[in-house]
Design a protein around this ligand. Structure first.
Ligand code: 13P
Ligand code: SF4
Length: 304
């Protein structure tokens, strides 16, 4: 079936079934094109919570669909590819986190939303790439366990120097791959470009940035900054909307290999299959869901 035909079929079926199609900013272009809403991981879960629709098709990775299921347990949340996980989220286990907590009983656990529901349930508060610094500042404890991203952890530590920070040694291979040499090389060819970068990148790369922000922060920065050329330090799926919303501006990847393999798994065929079969539903057991919800709600209560 041709791409356009497939997209129309999905849209029709989604309307017939009353489904809301959500797509993360890193999904393939043809998936973002048909989504009702595109956004960052937390924004999409909040949209899933706000909608009257009872069926959510979450084109993203597993922890995102779980977050939607935690916030809206009464809704049906479908993940078109059950095997689309986040390799960084998988780097921390509940057992490992429990052991670290035992070593630091006086610390508050601040967990990035890129984590499983079970890990969130063992955490005191969650954070996202856009509110990580405000969340860390809001915590009363002097000592923080930052889980699972060591790069986001170091970024928090730099911006909240009054806290003692202990990092879990996880990382996102897609962002960690970006090296100082890559950025310097592109900057040399485009000296008039501004460099915007995601805090999942290495600290030495963040040191070169004009702006450090979440994926949603990049849309805002590019739209409101008078510059016309930007070097992009995040997963390449972000380019679709950046280019669509800013046709007169130029966006250059800092490293062309910043492609998340699991974010790119979901195809149009998968979305159609998911709507036809209503598979795979993502649910979170009540005991875990209630504790994970507390950590998410505490985060949502922190002013930006
Ligand atoms: P945000 O879209 O929340 O910035 O997250 C980036 C990411 O890596 C999601 O997997
Ligand atoms: Fe996980 Fe990185 Fe892929 Fe995001 S880009 S889903 S953090 S592996």
């Amino acid at each position: 079936m041709r791409q356009k035909e497939l997209q129309q079929k999905i849209k029709q079926l989604a309307t017939d079934k009353g489904a809301l199609l959500l797509a993360h900013n890193y999904e393939r272009d043809e998936i973002q094109e048909i989504a009702d809403i595109t956004g960052d991981s937390l924004a999409l879960s909040i949209e899933a919570q706000k909608t009257d629709k009872q069926l959510i098709v979450f084109c993203g990775v597993h922890f995102m669909a779980e977050s939607a299921a935690i916030l809206s347990p009464e809704k049906t949340v479908l993940l078109p590819r059950a095997d689309a996980g986040c390799p960084m989220a998988d780097m921390v286990t509940v057992e490992g986190l429990k052991a670290l907590k035992k070593q630091h009983p006086d610390a508050t656990v601040v967990t990035y939303v890129n984590s499983s529901a079970a890990v969130k349930a063992e955490s005191d508060i969650c954070c996202t790439s856009s509110n990580a610094v405000s969340v860390a500042r809001s915590v009363a404890a002097k000592k923080l366990l930052l889980v699972p991203d060591r790069n986001l952890g170091r970024y928090i530590a730099k911006n909240v120097p009054e806290k003692e920070c202990i990092f879990w040694d996880g990382y996102c291979a897609t962002h960690d791959r970006l090296k100082v040499e890559d950025v310097e090389q592109i900057q040399a060819s485009h000296p008039d470009a501004l460099f915007m970068v995601h805090p999942e990148c290495r600290p030495e790369v963040l040191n070169l940035a004009d702006h450090i922000c979440s994926t949603s922060g990049m849309y805002e920065f590019a739209a409101h900054n008078p510059a016309t050329k930007f070097i992009v330090g995040t997963e390449n799926g972000i380019l679709w909307r950046l280019r669509k919303e800013n046709p007169d501006k130029q966006f250059i990847m800092a490293n062309r290999d910043m492609i998340c393999p699991t974010m790119k798994m979901t195809s149009l065929e998968d979305v159609l299959h998911c709507l036809e079969t209503m598979e795979t539903r993502v649910t979170v057991a009540a005991d875990i869901r209630i504790k994970a919800r507390t950590a998410l709600d505490k985060m949502l209560a922190v002013p930006r």
